[in-house]
Design a protein around this ligand. Structure first.
Ligand code: ZN
Length: 402
């Protein structure tokens, strides 16, 4: 399709679009031309499919659909806002999700739309999420690329994923970036920003993890914690944080996540999610990932604490992370998380179980913590560190290499 779409009122737009579809499709007559038409669509799930999806949800009482701007060829970039703040006056969070930067990665859009479907549904978790969180979802960020069958670029052949730090960004990048700036200046700023992609070569769904060299240790604690929470809802399908580690040589200043980090640091958890190959939008993998992501978001933002159990899942109350670096010489960092106030001890032992040092031994409020361990006068070898609260104990191994 080469029509130029302008951002106009959605119902009018959808009506026109449907009239066109109804008038054109039956007249194609024989199967051959229909097959031809499908071939033309190539990546599949194109702009019209997006409009069909928007049409299917736009009367939902929790849904609002706007255009945030136009692509190079003038197609609207649609944003779905989901919220239900009618009977709630407590703290609100905002979560943004954008998908289909790379046209070939249609599974990223399917996953995103499955999250939307779950969010506007009748489940208790959906009701709780809508109440505490404003979701802003761009299901098709690069409509021109999809329509023109470009694998990774927009109509100008530019990879929008790598266009966030150039002096004159593409219109799609400007539209999304301006929207994100607007949200960051709003009374409800973005807390989590998900950038949905697809990696057909991976056997597991994963997040692109940002190393502390390009961010900070406290940020990596948040990253690890979020990933562990999402993962706890589908351990077999979603990889752990160390599956794909990037930015170990610093922040590359290219991607949307880089932009979030440079401008907002730890205030926004900005992560790319990579969905594996799936053949349909209702694939079990899509449904399971959407469910894990929404539950993980609920856990991370603590929406669970202000709704009746068991509306949302109970988050991991406790998490001891692998020290970094490991092996180390002479110092390393140990991160941990506790959900509630508790007496906490963090003790280092040698291979024979002898106590070396108490790094923590006090009452602590719930939160993320980071502790440095300096191996002074210790020999190379294996050491253990044990985190203990009133209800939990966890031990991990580390290696000192002189
Ligand atoms: Zn991609």
């Amino acid at each position: 399709m080469r029509e130029k779409y302008h951002p106009v009122l959605l119902p009018v737009y959808l009506l026109i679009s449907f009239l066109i579809m109804i008038s054109v499709y039956p007249q194609q007559g024989n199967n051959e031309s229909y097959v031809e038409n499908l071939n033309y669509l190539n990546w599949g799930y194109n702009y019209d499919s997006t409009l069909v999806f928007l049409e299917s949800i736009h009367t939902n009482p929790f849904v609002k659909i706007d255009s945030i701007g136009a692509s190079v060829q003038g197609r609207a970039i649609w944003m779905i806002t989901i919220k239900d703040t009618s009977e709630y006056s407590g703290h609100l969070f905002r979560v943004t999700i954008h998908a289909r930067t790379h046209p070939a990665e249609r599974q990223s859009q399917w996953l995103t739309q499955k999250m939307v479907e779950q969010l506007i549904g009748n489940s208790e978790i959906a009701a709780a999420l809508r109440k505490h969180i404003i979701f802003n979802v761009v299901p098709m960020y690069n409509p021109d690329g999809v329509e023109l069958n470009i694998e990774r670029g927009n109509a100008n052949g530019v990879d929008l994923e790598r266009n966030w730090f150039v002096s004159q960004p593409e219109p799609e990048v400007l539209a999304l970036r301006n929207k994100y700036i607007e949200f960051m200046n709003d009374s409800v700023p973005i807390k989590i920003a998900l950038n949905m992609h697809g990696d057909a070569g991976s056997p597991m769904v994963y997040f692109v993890y940002h190393h502390e060299n390009g961010t900070s240790i406290p940020y990596t604690v948040d990253e690890k914690y979020f990933i562990s929470l999402v993962r706890s809802h589908w351990v077999d399908g979603i990889a752990d944080w160390n599956y794909n580690v990037t930015w170990s040589t610093g922040n590359p200043l290219i991607f949307p996540e880089c932009w979030f980090w440079v401008n907002y640091q730890k205030a926004v958890l900005a992560l790319t999610n990579e969905q594996i190959f799936v053949s349909s939008k209702n694939d079990t993998v899509i449904i399971k990932t959407a469910n894990a992501l929404l539950n993980g978001i609920a856990d991370y933002l603590g929406a669970a604490t202000s709704v009746k159990q068991p509306v949302l899942s109970v988050p991991n109350k406790f998490q001891l992370f692998q020290n970094y670096p490991n092996p180390f010489n002479p110092s390393t960092t140990i991160n941990y998380f506790i959900l509630n106030q508790s007496y906490v001890s963090l003790i280092v032992y040698d291979a024979l179980g002898r106590e070396i040092i108490r790094l923590v031994d006090e009452e602590k409020p719930g939160g993320n913590y980071s502790v440095e361990f300096k191996a002074v006068n210790l020999a190379s070898g294996i050491y253990f560190y044990k985190l203990q609260t009133e209800k939990f104990t966890q031990i991990k191994k580390m290696i000192l290499l002189r």
